[in-house]
Ligand binder design. Structure first.
Ligand code: TXA
Ligand code: MG
Length: 310
């Protein structure tokens, strides 16, 4: 498979590539190469203290990078490959560039056939945050990544992501605690390892402003009513259309990106019904809306100031 060999060769040279996962596309580097990992931060504009998740092919491979525990085993055997990141005590050889100097490391086995093939060929670990500029909307197609980085990154095209929101993160180092909701619910995790508490571990996915489009975003329960009120005020408004939460999660980032280009004054989204996936959707929407309130073009769609705030 030529495309996998090309991806592999780039990683060996210390270059970045973008990998598909079931959640969002990642911007990947060989986790054992500090220089390559540093390029992730400069390319994304991500502050260097923010730790990265490493991606491996199997539980056996994960054990090479962290100190494995019985709780990790219970979760990994049921949810890997899948949208669950575990935070565990790192092995000494894990570069500080990956962990942001922390003694713990975030690790998961992604559930995407192409990336699993690459990981098996590669044999090591790929450090990979979502392949977007810091603070912005995560990419769920290869085209999103190309657009985000002006075609300068090689993208392993694995089609649209099937889940669409980032992995659930469980802290088994300072926790157990759920640091970021995702497609694996708190209840499903608690059923395996008992109650989850809260953790003070800082993560970028828990920043108040994140995942933000550039147009002002409003979340409400009755989008059409809200849209009418704003239209009556002369605003150009788009309402994000969605159906089930599964579809909502899958389409969310693509729709935010699409609508963001249409020069609206306001984007309106419906608050998701709070089932397991709805909790993750609402978490991302809240941070996105907070981000747009900090710096969006709120005056008129004729404004040309669409500066990147990351
Ligand atoms: O679904 C996902 O998790 C995607 C795909 C590409 O795997 N990745 C992703 O990465 O969302 P990123 O960098 O956008 O978010 C990673 C989150 C951040 O909130 C980071 O702070 C947290 O994981 N994290 C990573 N290592 C950590 C650690 N050792 N302790 C606490 N949080 C950690
Ligand atoms: Mg991200």
């Amino acid at each position: 498979m030529k495309i996998l060999e090309k991806a592999y060769a780039l990683l060996q040279k210390g270059e970045l590539i973008s990998i598909p996962t079931e959640t969002v596309y990642g911007l990947a580097a060989d986790a054992s190469k500090p220089d390559a990992v540093r390029r992730i931060f400069s390319t994304k504009g991500r502050p260097s203290g923010h730790p990265l998740i490493i991606h491996v092919a199997s539980i056996e491979k994960a054990k090479e990078w962290c100190f494995w525990t019985s709780k990790a085993q219970l979760l990994a055997q049921d949810f890997w490959p899948g949208p669950l990141t575990l935070i565990l005590k790192k092995k000494p050889h894990v570069p500080d560039e990956v962990t942001g100097g922390l003694q713990s490391v975030g690790i998961r086995v992604p559930n995407h056939p192409l990336t699993l093939k690459l990981l098996n060929l590669f044999g090591g670990a790929l450090a990979a945050p979502s392949a977007n500029r810091f603070g912005r909307v995560s990419p769920t197609t290869a085209a999103h990544v190309k657009e985000e980085f002006n075609n300068e990154i090689f993208v392993l095209d694995g089609g649209p992501c099937t889940i669409g929101v980032e992995s659930s993160i469980v802290d088994l180092y300072a926790g157990p605690a759920l640091l970021r909701p995702g497609a694996i619910s708190k209840e499903e995790i608690e059923r395996r390892i008992g109650p989850l508490g809260s953790s003070s571990t800082p993560t970028s996915g828990t920043l108040k402003a994140h995942y933000a489009p550039q147009t002002k975003l409003i979340i409400c329960d009755n989008p059409e009513d809200q849209a009418q009120i704003l239209r009556d005020q002369g605003k150009k408004v788009a309402v994000l259309q969605e159906t089930s939460n599964k579809e909502y999660a899958k389409k969310l980032y693509a729709e935010l990106r699409r609508l963001d280009k249409e020069e609206h004054d306001v984007l309106i989204v419906r608050r998701a019904t709070a089932d397991y996936l709805g909790i993750a959707i609402n978490d991302r929407l809240t941070r996105a809306a907070y981000g747009t309130n900090l710096s969006s073009k709120q005056s008129s769609h004729t404004s040309s100031n669409k500066g990147n705030k990351s």
